[in-house]
Ligand binder design. Structure first.
Ligand SMILES: NC(=O)c1ccc[n+]([C@@H]2O[C@H](COP(=O)([O-])OP(=O)(O)OC[C@H]3O[C@@H](n4cnc5c(N)ncnc54)[C@H](OP(=O)(O)O)[C@@H]3O)[C@@H](O)[C@H]2O)c1
Length: 235
């Protein structure tokens, strides 16, 4: 039996990933920072619920203790993420971005990943087949971001892509440090969710595909990579 925690799984890509992994036979913890939203989602999915705010040390420690007491963890999907936008859904430009915006974005997207991984590491180390999936973004790719003509090149924001570039880099470092684990970064693609004011061009079913696949990666499968549903992406 594989036990899986997905952070930020009360909606969007995390919710769809939870739905698919429950169907695949995983015991799934729907992680959410709001108890009511999380409980409702878990109930709909036939999953468990754990309260976890990835920006809060005490919340993450309590979640790790609860999951440990219930039997441990095999798969961690670091999915919770934010992108600060103007109220009309447009992206802050480089001239507008402040250190405070960067801090807020990194607190969830980057420090959140580190905080959760650090807390759950002892549990993952006890698993026979530990897996970590970091939900990154093509916007974090320096290679694509410097390739003229691509949507990633055209994207004007600073905080969100920088945070995902950091996620990519820490994915590589963790994968090297823990070769007994499969640790990969994934790019779901531009998906219709609240994160982008539902402007994405893909469905959550399409977007969750690579997250679900990498959550089920075999022990001899890839680690330290960056993948879309169509294949590897350049860093
Ligand atoms: N949609 C896309 O096109 C796209 C593309 C590439 C990558 N991604 C990545 O995919 C992941 C999921 O995003 P999504 O598109 O599904 O967005 P979403 O629908 O807005 O879902 C984001 C989830 O993260 C949760 N979350 C935010 N801050 C949190 C915190 N501090 N602690 C715990 N949970 C928190 C949200 O909870 P609340 O409901 O409480 O806010 C929500 O459950 C993110 O990492 C995002 O960067 C998305």
């Amino acid at each position: 039996m594989t036990t899986t925690l997905i952070t930020g799984a009360n909606k969007g890509l995390g919710y769809e990933t939870a739905r698919r992994l429950v169907a695949a036979g995983h015991t799934v913890y729907v992680g959410s920072r709001d108890a009511e939203r999380g409980r409702r989602a878990a109930e709909q999915l036939g999953a468990r619920h754990v309260l976890i705010d990835v920006t809060d040390d005490a919340s993450v420690a309590a979640a790790a203790a609860a999951v440990e007491a219930d039997g441990g963890l095999d798969v961690l999907v670091n999915n919770a993420g934010i992108e600060e936008r103007r109220p009309d859904g447009t992206v802050y430009t480089p001239a507008e971005v402040t250190a405070e915006q960067m801090r807020t974005t990194f607190e969830t997207n980057v420090f959140g990943v580190v905080r959760v991984l650090h807390a759950f590491l002892p549990l993952l180390r006890r698993s026979a087949a530990p897996v970590v999936v970091n939900v990154s973004s093509g916007l974090g790719s320096l290679a694509i971001g410097t390739t003229e003509g691509t949507p990633v090149y055209a994207y004007p924001g600073v905080a969100y892509p920088a945070s995902k570039a950091a996620v990519n880099r820490l994915t590589v470092q963790y994968a090297k440090a823990f070769p007994e684990m499969r640790i990969n970064a994934v790019e779901p693609g531009y998906t219709r969710t609240d994160l982008n004011f539902n402007t994405g061009t893909q469905t959550v079913e399409e977007g969750a595909e690579i997250i679900v696949r990498m959550a089920q990666v075999a022990p001899d499968g890839p680690t330290g990579g960056f993948f879309t549903a169509q294949g590897p992406l350049p860093w």
